[in-house]
Design a binder for this molecule. Sequence first.
Ligand code: FE2
Length: 666
Amino acid sequence: MVNYEVTVYTGNRGHASTVNNVHIKLVGADGESDLTWLKSLITWRGSVSTYTVSCPNSLGRLLLIELDKRQFVLFPDDAWFPDKVEIKSPENDVYTFPVHCWISSGEAHLSREGTALRIFDESHSLGHNARKKELTRRSADYEWDSYAPGVPHTIKADGPRTLPFEVQFSFTKNTEFQFTAVTGLFELHLKGLACNQENWKNLDDINAVFHNKDTPLSDYVQEHWMEDWLFAYQFLNGVNPTLIQRIKTLPENFPVTDEMVAIPDGSNLSNELKQGNVYLCDYKNLDGILAHSIQGRQQHLVTPLVLLHKRPDDKLMPIAIQLKQTPAKDNPIFLPTDSTYDWLTAKIFVRSAEFVEHELHAHLLRTHLLAEIFAVSLLRNLPMVHPLYKLLIPHTRYTMHINELARDKLIGPTGFFNNFAASGGEALTKILARSLSSITYRSLCIPDDIADRDLQDIPNFYYRDDGLKLWSIMFKFVQGVIQYYYKSDDEVQRDSELQTWIGDIFQYGFLSQPQSGIPQNFTTVPELTKFVTMVMYTSSCQHAAVNGGQYDYGGWMPNNPATMQRPPPTKKGTTSEATMLETLPPINVTVETMAILWLLSRKSSDFVPLGHYPEDHYTEATPRQLQKDFKAELDMLSIEINNRNEGLEIPYTYLNPEYIENSVSI
Ligand code: FE2
């Protein structure tokens, strides 16, 4: 007889333990063990237990293990979450089998030995069969579903609780999330505000609600929101830094003249355009979309053009706003020299368009929905033993669960947008479809995006500065891992699983739109490296950039109105404080928006920061070292960003690696 020493590691997470019986079978190249009961198995979260499995002869190189959990009489059936199983063979070789999933009674769970293998590395039929079986099961568990015409597909589910257990929120995350949601709304209901459809009588009244839920930056925004510099600053470092671009000529539909705008130091607009000091934010994506009706009342959505000037002191300032796309007499170009309320009203309308462009396009579509596409395609096409599954699976954590919640509570028929936002109802899917058509591969890769928007040298652009550094660190890490596993372009081309992964992303995510520039297959190692970097960056950094500041900049409603109750002014001199208050969202919309943004800005206690890999999917030294190097570089960047922020009036924290989560999870 020969003995195998089996060490079982139970995950360190809530409810990971089991009181049930567990059996194990070891499968090697030369045979398999009997299904062996792990006697006296006592697991609790984080426990490590060792057993002996005896066999008549050596099993040769170990390929896989089978774990079989059975309910113990008189004890409740419970799911068990082992992290990994380590086995020391009679030849003194140590094999590691990553598990990292919930195991229920009644179904034997196969785990492969941890060395990453591409499909053409499989040298044993057992490996091929296990691979096939795993992907068949996953394809049934993770089916595609179409959401609406022109919108990316989603996971097929009927709410988060119908998702496979392994991708649902943990008990901790779920409890905290529900607690924040319930207490936030309960407080507002107690104050009788959530049912109050009246308009605000005075901006100061908003403060009574806002006072209970604020951050240092949301207080600052409340104080300075009317100031032009903060209005402009938000296009660079606010919650949506993805729209601004430098222009050398004005768009034909935005006829601002030299005479209209005041440029300091004797210059004029034409000169400043030539000098590269003029920037544009164009909300043409929203053109022609009919706004939704709320409580039987037609709401209003504008499609502004905003012109900005970089002054000699490096401050960016707004210099002209046109609220609709087609120039006309009843579509005036508003200027800072107009009356206080004309100019302020124009800026508020821009912020209302920004609410839509940010939440639906930059945030929901470009991060949440794309991250879900990457995740579902990964789970359907790459088995656990694939090197890129090991690389990318940590960046899919909770994404399907939060998106299912969003489909139910935010964008569904009874969700927030339908009840409270001008962009709800039919407008919502039209905006999403139009936004998807506008996405290019280059716009998802920050170095290309910054170059295409000609923003390489605009000062005080911390989203760009931090984002480019993060991309560079991440690219180096991904390149290291990919070059370790793929020695030639030919190996990339021969990896059929990788090809179906990208094929599904192109088909189900980008709806086979070739103008997106999304690759339809991979032919070279550099091509693969860039795409995988983009996937990881989108699911972590880009989401952090557009998610983290939601309450900071959106908590104070006048800076972030979800709807506008009156149409934009058609001539100058018709606005006042009274018209502004009639135009802004009513009390119930305000408080519901605040409660949701508060919830979406909370950090969970089981937050996993970028570059932390609590689950050991890789067992080989090289990728494990690359993970350590990645984390070390991110730690250095955090120090650099913290030092930089000490000297800033508004610290830019959203792309500090300390605050970036590995995945889209909120
Ligand atoms: Fe988010």
